[in-house]
Design a protein around this ligand. Structure first.
Ligand code: NDP
Length: 445
């Protein structure tokens, strides 16, 4: 790493102790930014990096609620409003027991660059709670969401901060959160949350957008080698929102998705995952992958283990951070891997990224490859602002244009900085320069 940036990085790490995921995200970005600071010494003089690493606002709050047995439960809520240089803070809410400040900050930090890459007017933020919705009744999830919003409402708004979903937060949770916001504020402020239901201000394609976008980005990478998704053997991790829609899109382009996973195990389905059945098991019945395997029949279900043991030509990690390490990357490369498109945020460890890059595997980092979700959230905000709703075809066309644009911008930036094909460098520099320019123009705030 550039010596000037090394010193700034050391200060950031020391100031944010015990936040391993945030450290990892910061280091990964800093490693790309040396050449930018050679060209733009004004960024150093204005302390852009130091300011970028310090969230504009961090909110931590108590979320009390009662479970179905009448017992009091206490969770912790977070919203980190990281950077508003380009627009209102924008980023999802994650409900998962592993959530703590370090995870929310890594996600919020990544979101700044991702949102800049989309070309839409949105800043970066993220939030969530250590609440675990798994195994909770609808009524419990509703009471939790209402309590969460009873604090959060005072910090968000159409022009301030616009949350959406992430792990553990889908259409059901957004519905309860929106209902409580409306009740407290007495305003039908559609633009305050995205990922809403279609009949009450949501956008078509938003549920599919992250998974679809990841596949579109990966397809653009494949094209640079004269390849396509047709007849690729694909492995996807996860079986949630992003994974299911990535599977659907990849198969619509002629790929065979032979495996996917959840946190309990993985399934190998050599004839290709049955997306309709997977949707029914996961989205309607809120079941497990094991239930899919039982209902599908004739497939292999592996309890525990790693989905990355299954050989593939394209890997789409769509579950969670640091789920694919150096050893798994080496196995995938040894088995003939051609491309990786990250649907999840930071799913590959730094070791894994190094293995992919050294082997010449096409590697699309999450902050570029999974930006389709937030980009379509921005399209939802546009529709809300104009009290309009667009057709599926039109919205998907816009998503495709945006993803191809992000791919081309990352590729052109990597080329401009002397590392053609390095999408990590392209995404980090492309996102950073846009935000840094806006921060310079807006003065020392
Ligand atoms: P969901 O909650 O819908 O699904 C998450 C999936 O990942 C589930 O299959 C879950 O399995 C699995 N998973 C979660 N944690 C772990 C773990 N520790 N080990 C193994 N598997 C795990 O979330 P999304 O699909 O929305 O999000 C997936 C990823 O995509 C996240 O990294 C998120 O930040 C990222 N992302 C999401 C966007 C969106 O629009 N939703 C936008 C951009 C990025 P189980 O059910 O067993 O927990």
């Amino acid at each position: 790493m550039d010596a000037r940036l090394e010193a700034i990085k050391d200060t950031v790490l020391a100031r944010n102790p015990g936040e391993a995921e945030f450290h990892q995200a910061v280091v990964e970005v800093f490693e790309s930014l040396g050449p930018v600071h050679d060209r733009h010494p004004e960024f150093l003089e204005a302390a852009i990096l130091e300011r970028l690493c310090e969230p504009e606002r961090q909110i931590i709050f108590r979320v009390p609620w009662t479970d179905d047995a009448g017992r009091v439960q206490i969770n912790r809520g977070f919203r980190v409003e990281f950077n508003s240089a380009l627009g209102p803070y924008k980023g999802g809410l994650r409900f998962h027991p592993s959530v703590y400040l370090g995870i929310v900050k890594f996600l919020g930090f990544e979101q700044i660059f991702k949102n800049a890459l989309t070309g839409m007017p949105i800043g970066g933020g993220k939030g969530g709670s250590d609440f675990d919705p798994r195994g909770r009744s609808d009524a419990e999830v509703m009471r939790f969401c209402q309590s969460f919003m009873t604090e959060l409402y005072r910090h968000i708004g159409e022009y301030t901060d616009v949350p959406a979903g992430d792990i553990g937060v889908g259409g059901r949770e957004i519905g309860y959160l929106f209902g409580q916001y409306k009740r407290i504020t007495n305003r039908y402020e559609s633009g305050v949350l995205t990922g809403k239901g279609i009949s009450w201000g949501g956008s078509l394609v938003r549920p599919e957008a992250t998974g679809f976008g990841t596949v579109i980005f990966t397809q653009e990478m494949l094209k640079t080698r004269g390849a396509s998704f047709d007849a690729q053997r694909v492995v996807v991790s996860g079986s949630g929102n992003v994974a299911i829609n990535a599977i659907a899109k990849a198969q619509s382009l002629g790929a065979v998705v032979v495996a996917c996973s959840d946190s309990s195990g993985y399934v190998v389905d050599e004839s290709g995952i049955d997306v309709a059945l997977l949707r029914e098991v996961k989205e309607v019945q809120r079941g497990r992958l094991k239930d899919y395997a039982e209902r599908r029949g004739g497939v292999t279900y592996v309890d525990g283990g790693s989905v990355w043991d299954v050989d593939a030509t394209v890997a789409l990690p769509c579950a969670t951070q640091n789920e694919l390490d150096g050893a798994a990357a080496a196995r995938l490369v040894g088995n003939g891997l051609l491309a990786v498109g990250e649907g999840a945020n930071m799913p590959s460890t730094r070791d894994a990224v190094a293995v992919f890059q050294e082997a010449g595997v096409l590697f699309g980092p999450g902050k570029a490859a999974n930006a389709g979700g937030v980009a379509t959230s921005a399209l939802e905000m546009q529709q809300n602002a104009s009290r309009d709703s667009w057709s599926f075809e039109h919205t998907e066309e816009r998503l495709t244009e945006i993803m191809v644009g992000i791919h081309d911008r990352c590729a052109a930036t990597a080329e401009e900085y002397g590392e053609p094909g390095n999408y990590v460098l392209g995404a980090n520099i492309g996102g950073f320069v846009k935000v840094a320019d806006a921060m310079l123009a807006q003065g020392l705030i």
